[in-house]
Design a protein around this ligand. Structure first.
Ligand code: GLU
Length: 439
């Protein structure tokens, strides 16, 4: 059964379906089967009580055919090499879907950052960079934020890298604070990118302003997406975090719920007392209940494997926007497709974050910074264009949007891999049929 497979096996499985729809040399798949390099490091950290604690971290560079590897750093207790490898694999396809000149990579540290003081967190962040400094660089591998890491952490990390190399190189890491070379619009970019995908395809999906939305995972991506959707007239009726969910059929005030969560650090406290959270009655429900709500649009924005063969049958939404990476397993995909539920796949739906990371990298390298409007306009153009192309391809072939997105990105990867030479090319050289074009 697919459900017992590792996350990485599930991730690679997506290629099989896509392969049938792209014409490319078979060795392209051979090149994409394994990560280019994987690093595992131990990070000794002096804790506030004077003790020494060792954390384990990873950095995986999956494929760099299209450019330096790119991808975030996750701080989470469940991080392991299988997860980081899968996330790096997804980054390869994500960057190709939106045509960025990047390959894919990812990093992670096994830690619950909520249990650390800010000083411990800073020492861990700097220690992680000390451990991987030879592996990263503005032209080799460029980290960014991911689950439970943020601009402040990216600032510490960039500073540490610059201390090691003894010169200022802001483009080594993206998602930095604005004051340290970050880009305008990077904080809201993942949510905004998903918003543009939704607006581009809403008619085709049978949703639009007035439609009800449930958001599973109310972190950075989930919050901004919910905010943009609600500003456009969608009705956000439920949001959740790792502790539970709140439901209000008349619609939630997204901003005030988020402010409350920030203050109290969990939604659980918004259930609901005090003046910040709106006092209209919320129903308290579980994460599972949220997924099964009778809403038009469901936004999984938390972690991998939230929707599996076990709960896919309970989903009633017309469409899903995968703001998280890998929230739907391959078996769940089949069930949703059979039920006629469209899934806007992660490698497209959450690509807004890395797209604005690319803008940040470009601005850093030019030393010239763009206004918010320029960032948002460029992001909108890319997200809408790729969404429309993928939708059209899926319609033409009668396939699901994920397969279409993988096929689209595989064809870009395949051209790049092929341009470096394939069996046919080298075979021709060996048999003397190669003709150099004279200048
Ligand atoms: N962690 C984000 C992602 O999964 C952003 C990566 C980046 O900006 O490089 O796409």
């Amino acid at each position: 059964m697919g459900e017992e497979k590792t996350t990485f096996e599930n991730a690679r499985q997506r290629l099989n379906a896509a392969m049938e729809h792209v014409d490319f040399p078979s060795e392209v798949i051979e090149r994409l089967k394994y990560p280019k390099s994987s690093l595992r490091v131990s990070i000794p950290v002096r804790m506030d009580d004077g003790s020494l604690k060792t954390f384990t971290g990873f950095r995986v560079r999956y494929d760099d055919t299209r450019g330096p590897t790119k991808g975030g750093i996750r701080f989470h207790p469940q991080v392991d090499l299988d997860e980081v490898t899968s996330l790096a694999f997804w980054m390869v396809f994500k960057c190709a879907v939106v045509d960025l000149p990047f390959g894919g990579g990812k990093g992670g540290v096994i830690v619950d950052p909520k249990e650390l003081s800010l000083l411990e967190l800073e020492r861990l962040s700097r220690g992680y960079i000390d451990a991987i400094a030879d592996f990263i660089g503005p032209d080799t591998d460029i980290p960014a934020p991911d689950v439970y890491t943020n601009p402040m952490i990216m600032g510490w990390m960039t500073d540490e890298y610059n201390n090691i190399t003894r010169h200022k190189e802001p483009s080594v890491i993206t998602g930095k604070p604005l004051e340290l070379g970050g880009s305008r619009g990077r904080d809201s970019a993942t949510g905004r990118g998903g918003y543009f995908v939704t607006r581009e395809l809403e008619k085709q999906l049978g949703i639009g302003p007035g439609s009800t939305v449930a958001v599973q995972g109310f972190g950075n991506a989930g919050y901004w997406n919910a905010l943009f959707l609600s500003e456009a007239g969608y009705k956000v009726v439920a949001v959740s975090d790792s502790k539970g969910a709140i439901y209000q059929p008349n619609g939630l005030d997204v901003k005030s719920v988020y402010q409350f969560k920030q203050q109290e650090s969990t939604l659980a406290n918004a259930y609901c007392h005090g003046s910040v959270c709106e006092v209209r009655d919320h129903e308290v429900i579980t994460n599972e209940d949220l997924l099964a709500l009778d809403v038009d649009f469901l936004v999984p924005a938390a972690l991998e494997n939230a929707i599996t063969a076990k709960n896919a049958g309970t989903i009633k939404a017309k469409a899903l926007l995968e703001l998280a990476n890998g929230p739907v397993t391959p078996e769940a995909d089949k069930i949703l497709f059979e039920k006629g539920i469209h899934v806007l796949p992660d490698i497209l739906a959450n690509a807004g974050g890395v797209t604005v990371s690319y803008f940040e990298w470009v601005q850093n390298r030019n030393g010239f910074y763009w206004g918010s409007e320029e960032v948002d306009d460029r992001l909108e153009k890319i997200m809408r264009q790729e969404s429309a192309t993928i939708w059209a391809f899926a319609q033409e072939r009668g396939i699901d949007l994920r397969t279409a997105a993988y096929a689209h990105s595989l064809s870009r990867l395949s051209s790049a891999i092929t341009a470096k030479g394939t069996k046919d090319y080298f075979h021709k050289i060996n048999t003397g049929s190669y003709k150099a074009v004279s200048a």
